[in-house]
Design a protein around this ligand. Sequence first.
Ligand code: GDP
Length: 529
Amino acid sequence: MADNKKEIQRRRTFAIISHPDAGKTTLTEKLLLYGGAINLAGSVKGKATARHAVSDWMEIEKERGISVTSSVLQFEYDGYCINILDTPGHQDFSEDTYRTLMAADSAVMVIDASKGVEAQTRKLFKVCVMRKIPIFTFINKMDREANDTFDLLDEIEKELGIATCPMNWPIGSGKAFQGVYDRNDREVSLFSDTQRGTKEGEITKVSINDPKIQEIIGIDAFGKLTDEIELLDGASTPFRLDEVQAGELSPVFFGSALTNFGVQTFLEHFLKMTTAPLPRFADSGIIDPVSEDFSAFVFKIQANMNKAHRDRIAFMRICSGKFDAAQEVYHVQGEKKMRLSQPQQLMAQERKVVEEAYAGDIIGVFDPGLFSIGDTFCSPSRKFAYEGIPTFAPEHFARVRQVDTMKRKQFVKGVTQIAQEGAIQIFQELHSGLEEIIVGVVGVLQFDVLKYRLNNEYNVEIILENLPYEYIRWIENTDIDMDSLTGTSDMKKIQDLKGRPLLLFVNSWSIGMTLDRNKGLILSEFGRS
Ligand code: GDP
C-alpha cells in the first residue's frame, strides 16, 4: 500500500487543449523532449488527423494503430510520472476531447498570442469549468507579432470567466521578442532562437536589478517592462494555489513552443501547482485514489477499422489503487468478473503491454464489444459505479434511413455500436422503434464517418436527411408527461434509446418560449450516459 501511495502521488495526468494550430502538438513534442521520451522533437505523430479532409481521415483510420486519434503519452520527469492525454486536433472530433477531459486532473490551454481566445478554446474551456479542474494557460508564439499582453489577459478573463495570474511576463513579441520576466524570481530569461528542437540550448537569466539588464534589452524595452511590472504587481490577482487547484484562477505563462522557449519553466511550475490524481465520485461515495482497491472508468472507445478484426480498444482512466494484469476485475455494468485482455499503454510513441499501472494512468484494453463509455471496472470485492460521463449536446441532426430495408439487423447493430463508441448519438421519434432513427453529432464530419463506416464495416447503405435543429435539451423532470408538454411549433419531441425524453429546437428563442409555457420544466444541456 505504501508503494502504491508513492506511485500514485507522483502521477500528473492532464490534457492539452487548444484551438487548431495554436501549437498543441508542438508544445506536446517539446514536453516529451524534456522527459527524454524522444530524442528529437517533431516526431510525436503525423499531423494528418488535424488536416481537414474526410478522405484523409478515412485513409489513416483504415491503417491506424492507436496513435491516430491518439491517446496518452507517458513520460518521467524530475521524479514525476506524467500522463499527457492527447486530444484530436480536428474540431469535428471535439466530443472525443470533451470526454478526454473527464479523464484528466487538469488542463493546459494553449493560446496563440496573435489570435487570443478562439472558438474551440471557448467550448473546451466550458467542460473544464464544469469539472472545476485546474486550468493552466500557455500563451504561445511570442516569437511572432502578438496582441497586447494586458488585452490578452483581459480577453481570457472576460471571455472565459476565469481570473488569471501571469507567472511570467513577455518582453516584446515577434522580431522584438527578448524573453520573459519571471515574477517570482525577478529574473529575465533571455530569448535566443538557436535552440529549435533541442533542449540543450542555454537560457541566460539576468536579474531585473542587474545594471546590465537595461543595456541588454534596451532602454525602451526596460522602461516598458518596469512600468508593466508595476501595474501588474499593483492590479493583478495575487497568486493563490488553492484557487488554482479549485479551477478559479489560471496561472499564465508566455513562451514559444516552436523555438522551445519558456517550455521548461512552464513544465516545472506546472508540475508543482497541479494536483496528483483527484478523488472521484461514485454511487457509493467519494473514492480516494490512494486508499482504495483498483477502480477505473472507460472514457473512450476506439474501433478498429480493419474489417477483418472488428475489435475495439477501450481506454480507461484508473481512478484508484493499482491495476494488476494478472488479477480479475469486475465490470460493473456488465455484472461480470473478467481479466482485462491485452492491457496496453502508450509510452511516447511506443505501445507496450502493461502488467501494472496506477491511479492516474490510462490503459487501453481489448474490448470484445461489451464495454460502453462511462463503464466502471473495479476490484471484485467492491462493486460501485462511477458517475457516468456526460453526453455532450450534439449540434447537428439528421434522419437516417436504410436504402435496403432487408438489412435491418446489420443497420441496427452498426448504429448501436458506433453510438456505443460515442462517435454519434442516436434518438428515436417518441413512441416508435428503430425503423427510423435520428442521429445527432457534435461535428458534421461525423455524419460522413457514420455513412462510410456503416457501408464499409457493416455493409449497409444509408441516406441522411439533414434536420434543421441545432439545440438539444435533456428533460430533467422525472414525472414529465410528454404528450401534454407544449412548446413552439418547430420544437420536436424525441427520446433516447433508454426511453428518456428530450427536446430538439431550431433556435435558442424556442427554448425560452418552451420554458415559459411549461412551468417547472427543467432542461439540461448535458445528458448522462
Ligand atoms: P496544433 O494544431 O494546436 O497542434 O498546432 P501545431 O503544434 O501543429 O502548430 C501549428 C503551426 O504553428 C505549426 O506550423 C507550428 O510549427 C507553428 N507553431 C507552433 N508553435 C509555434 C511558436 O511558438 N512560434 C511559431 N512561430 N510558430 C509556432
